[in-house]
Design a binder for this molecule. Structure first.
Ligand SMILES: Cc1cc2nc3c(=O)[nH]c(=O)nc-3n(C[C@H](O)[C@H](O)[C@H](O)COP(=O)(O)OP(=O)(O)OC[C@H]3O[C@@H](n4cnc5c(N)ncnc54)[C@H](O)[C@@H]3O)c2cc1C
Length: 483
């Protein structure tokens, strides 16, 4: 530990400044200003190197946080990235997008602001790329075994990188036209610029991972062909079935799932489309769903030029500070303001939508009312009915699980009680040689869990193929809830 009194000397936590709202709404670039390395080193020195580093448990990857905080403080960037990569294939994704359960369980957070762990993470990897230190790590010998990974989100990519480095010949199949899963088509540029995915894919290709886009497994290659052609299969197809709102008026034009809206906005940024085919421009937008996906729709709507945006959430407004029900070191239930929330819009809590209304087949508004929780169920607050105008409604109410018809039914994999692919502790399904990782087995979750599961699943596949494995398995005792 470099500075035993760092947390005393530097009491306040500093994080990067967000660009001014009026300026950042003019573009789609990430919202944060650069963070000076000297400030980062001071912040890293606040880490107390606790006897029991609860941050390890907070992190599903078991990141070695006090070790790399110390290395960052001392400016030992090369050692720092080596310790970070030891547990996380893609710190540039988690360093930007993770809700940072590590910070929620930081011991300093008991009576001061926690260490800026996530910022140290992202700066370590950015410095490494800048210094040209992120090199391909090709295997020293090939095993001759072939592995198919279905889906190229963070779970599939983590599994593929680990298995390629273990010497297996890995092909990642992706039905979309680009690699990345929700990182590519769900998450907007202003949260993570896609060049960060491309940079990592170049490393993976140089290591030998083969990417095949535009291949819908189960259609373009059958389940039987997949099992015949490969020694093992990793299912990492995500939880892509969105929760719907089957209320009167749902059939009206102008009501879309978030994952119909966000990919189009991303495609405009990639240059695929001159303008979005579903747009918030000039519209009164209502987003139903108060989570991350809803916030992504909010930031996108503002950048497209919405007239007004309301974001509805059925749950009550959380408390300003950590709720008593989620004491340290658990992930706190509390009111959060993302960069998109800072940019405008009304956040409406404890609200239920009961009907969409429209004219000439197009949505013009919705009817809703307040709710309160009674004995674990929502009850209408009588007399609280209201109507709100809307000419674009975006449904962002989460995902109910993976798609069953096609690949999953053809393979004959069992599902669990939640409708996700059932798996053993060894990440295997009931079908010999078929494994599962990420949202497809876990249900809708987080990038950090997808990477952790991809890594653990890769170790299990390697053991299945070779009888033993040297691949590391993350500590997955995190107190972080699903999402
Ligand atoms: C809008 C949005 C924003 C989010 N923001 C955050 C965030 O800020 N932080 C965070 O931690 N998490 C966030 N999440 C959640 C996070 O993105 C997911 O938990 C994570 O991407 C899951 O990874 P995965 O690899 O399991 O699946 P996915 O990323 O969903 O990737 C699955 C891939 O499999 C492909 N596929 C499916 N079936 C087939 C098939 N039969 N053949 C070929 N390919 C197939 C799909 O096309 C897809 O590309 C967000 C989710 C959404 C929807």
């Amino acid at each position: 530990m470099g500075d035993p009194s760092g947390f005393l000397k530097h009491g306040s936590r500093e994080t990067p400044v967000r660009r001014p709202v009026p300026l950042r709404l003019l573009d789609w670039k990430e919202v944060y200003e650069p963070f000076p390395l000297e400030t980062l080193q001071v912040q890293a020195s606040r880490c107390m190197d606790c006897g029991i580093p609860f941050c390890h448990n907070g992190c599903p990857l078991g990141n070695l946080i006090p070790e790399w905080n110390d290395l960052a403080y001392k400016g030992k960037w090369e050692d720092g990235i080596e310790r970070l990569h030891a547990t996380n294939n893609f710190p540039e994704f988690t360093g930007r997008l993770c809700p940072a359960p590590c910070e929620a369980s930081c011991v300093l957070g008991i009576n001061q602001d926690p260490v800026t762990i996530k910022q140290v993470e992202v700066e370590l990897i950015e410095k490494a790329f800048e210094d040209n230190r992120v090199k391909p790590v090709p295997p020293s010998k090939l095993t001759g075994r072939k592995v198919a990974v279905v889906g190229s989100g963070p779970a599939g990519l983590a599994a593929a990188q680990q298995l390629t480095r273990a010497g297996h010949t890995v092909t990642v199949f992706e039905r979309a036209d680009r690699i990345g899963g929700l990182l590519r088509y769900g998450i907007p540029e202003f949260k993570m610029e896609k060049r960060f995915i491309d940079r990592r894919l170049a490393q993976m290709e140089a290591e030998g991972t083969v990417f095949r886009t535009g291949v819908n497994v189960g259609v373009d290659i059958t389940a039987d062909e997949l099992r015949e052609q490969f020694d093992a299969v990793v299912l990492a197809g995500g939880a892509t079935v969105a929760r719907d709102l089957p209320i009167p008026g749902r059939e009206l034009d102008g009501i879309h799932q978030a994952m119909e809206f966000l990919p189009i906005a991303n495609r405009v940024q990639f240059g695929d489309l001159p303008a979005p085919t579903i747009t918030a421009e000039g519209k009164k937008v209502v987003i139903i769903g108060g989570g991350d996906t809803g916030a992504d729709c909010l930031g996108t709507s503002h950048r497209q030029g919405a007239v007004s945006v309301s974001q509805f959430e059925i749950m009550p407004r959380p408390p300003e500070q950590r709720a008593d029900s989620t004491p340290w070191p658990t992930y706190p239930l509390m009111y959060r303001v993302s960069s998109a929330h800072e940019e405008g819009g009304d956040r409406v809590f404890s609200v239920n939508t009961e009907q969409f209304v429209g004219e000439d087949g197009k949505v013009t508004g919705l009817r809703a009312h307040e709710v309160r929780m009674v004995n674990g169920r929502f009850e209408k607050v009588e007399g609280s009915d209201f109507e709100l105008e809307a000419d674009l409604v975006l449904l962002a109410m989460g995902f109910v699980g993976p798609e069953k018809p096609g690949l999953l039914t053809d393979l004959g994999v069992d599902l669990n009680e939640r409708g996700n692919v059932a798996r053993s502790e060894e990440w295997s399904t009931n079908v010999d040689g078929v494994f599962v990782a990420g949202d497809m087995g876990r249900g809708q979750s987080l990038i950090v869990w997808a990477i952790a599961e991809g890594r653990a699943c890769a170790a299990a596949v390697d053991r299945f193929l070779e009888g033993a494995t040297a691949l590391p398995v993350p500590i997955t005792t995190s107190t972080m809830p699903q999402r």
